[in-house]
Design a protein around this ligand. Structure first.
Ligand SMILES: Cc1cc2nc3c(=O)[nH]c(=O)nc-3n(C[C@H](O)[C@H](O)[C@H](O)COP(=O)(O)OP(=O)(O)OC[C@H]3O[C@@H](n4cnc5c(N)ncnc54)[C@H](O)[C@@H]3O)c2cc1C
Length: 392
């Protein structure tokens, strides 16, 4: 107990000394630090904050120190999160490396791969993208056709990926490739890592309904991928892909970003007004918001319990589908309410994606929440089969 109290005091002191004041304000989407070779820091403070946190291993507090992590146990991770929240400290680094590839490498990577790739993720040096979906392989992911032909000490990779988030900004890709064309569908896939500057890689941004362009079509034309860049063995890619997807779904469903931002009740009170008892002047919206707030509180409690479960070293496995489904459906409801509260004014659209008039953009962006990382229908199927054990 003394140790924990001492740790809490030390963390609080260090954060107060080292977190720049400008990194203690709510973080707009365009100020998220993604890291990477080409990343343009919004300020010197942002760079400083990342470097200081990375030096302590606190961008990935749960990872072992030898891989760039903080080596913190579950109780210590919780304290760090609480103390950061107490001063409104921004997350110093957010990346697919931290939330997706890192956990997969920790589980399936060779020691050499872990020592090479994990510290680069922890420090924000290398930004990763995810090459899973293809034009004919989305929910039915195991149908991928991108081929890796064995050329001795390398695979020659040819094919196309689609919806590759930030492929045009990423340094490296973790990619599902069919290397065993004669094996059964799920057994013929390998999990390869390669540099996006490799000869034969090209990207073409796709615009979203919100006007943003967060993802790309990604093309591979005889890209040479050294065999040492395979994670797990040949044909083991499906097992790794599924494991990584569980972490991706935890990341999406448990993301503070989904639930940060506007207090819906305060927004409604300010916009619509309240009666002499402080009740919202719109009885229908009032009832809808009451239901939403109760659902959100229940989800928050569930999320807190789940985070404790994971900090204790447990894996969520297929139950990550639960977080992904509930978290993203709730965010869509939240965005619908914000639009309803705003009335006609909420429809004001700016041709530039700047900080004003974000409401319709965020509402439209939330439409993708129930698709990215696996659709809500697929999440419900996973829960039915793998968690509730219902007959298929
Ligand atoms: C914002 C965003 C970012 C993304 N980023 C990436 C990325 O970085 N890398 C990457 O590889 N992919 C990415 N994706 C792609 C995403 O993983 C796929 O869009 C998703 O898996 C669905 O595949 P699909 O689009 O081919 O739809 P489909 O699989 O064609 O599905 C179409 C519809 O049919 C339903 N459906 C399909 N099969 C079934 C079934 N068996 N049972 C019930 N319903 C079913 C689906 O639920 C959906 O409603 C991203 C998508 C979005 C929206």
């Amino acid at each position: 107990m003394q140790d924990i109290d001492h740790f809490r005091a030390e963390v609080s002191h260090w954060l107060n000394e080292n977190c720049p004041k400008t990194m203690r304000t709510p973080m707009p989407d365009d100020e998220i630090c993604w890291g990477g070779r080409e990343f343009a820091f919004v300020s010197d403070d942002q760079r400083l904050w990342l470097n200081r946190m990375a030096a302590r291993g606190w961008t990935v507090p749960a990872w072992p120190k030898k891989y760039g992590g903080g080596g913190l146990n579950g109780a210590q991770q919780k304290i760090l999160a609480e103390q950061m929240q107490a001063i409104n400290a921004r997350s110093p680094l957010q990346s697919f490396g931290i939330g997706m590839l890192g956990p997969a490498l920790l589980e399936f990577g060779s020691e050499a791969q872990k020592l090479h790739y994990l510290p680069q993720i922890a420090s924000g040096e290398i930004r990763w993208c995810q090459g899973y979906s293809e034009p004919d392989a989305g929910s039915d992911l195991a149908s991928i056709k991108t081929a890796g032909v064995d050329e001795g000490d390398y695979f020659s990779v040819t094919g196309q990926k689609i919806w590759t988030s930030y492929a045009d900004k990423a340094d490296w890709i973790f990619c599902l490739v069919r290397t065993e064309p004669d094996a059964k569908k799920h057994k013929g896939i390998s999990f390869l890592l390669f540099d996006m500057t490799s000869q034969g890689v090209s990207t073409k941004p796709i615009e979203l309904i919100s006007g943003e362009s967060v993802f790309c079509e990604t093309f591979f034309d005889a890209v040479k991928v050294p065999k040492q860049n395979i994670v797990g063995g040949r044909g083991q890619g499906w097992t790794i892909a599924k494991y990584l997807l569980n972490h991706e779904r935890e990341m999406i469903g448990g993301s503070d970003l989904l639930f940060g931002g506007a207090d819906v009740c305060a927004l409604a009170s300010a916009q619509i007004g309240v009666d002499e008892n402080g009740r919202l002047n719109d009885s229908i919206l009032r009832a809808e918001l009451a239901k939403f707030i109760i659902d959100e509180m229940a989800f928050d409690a569930h999320l807190a319990m789940t985070k404790n479960y994971m900090r204790a070293g447990n894996q969520l496995g297929a139950r990550s589908a639960e977080l992904k489904y509930l978290g993203t459906e709730l965010n869509q409801q939240r965005q619908n309410h914000i639009m309803a509260i705003g009335g006609l004014g909420a429809l004001i659209w700016s041709s530039h994606n700047n900080q004003t008039h974000q409401t319709p953009r965020q509402w439209l962006r939330s439409k993708a929440n129930s698709i990215e990382g696996g659709t809500s229908e697929i999440m419900l199927s996973i829960l039915a089969k793998a968690v509730l054990k219902m007959p298929s």
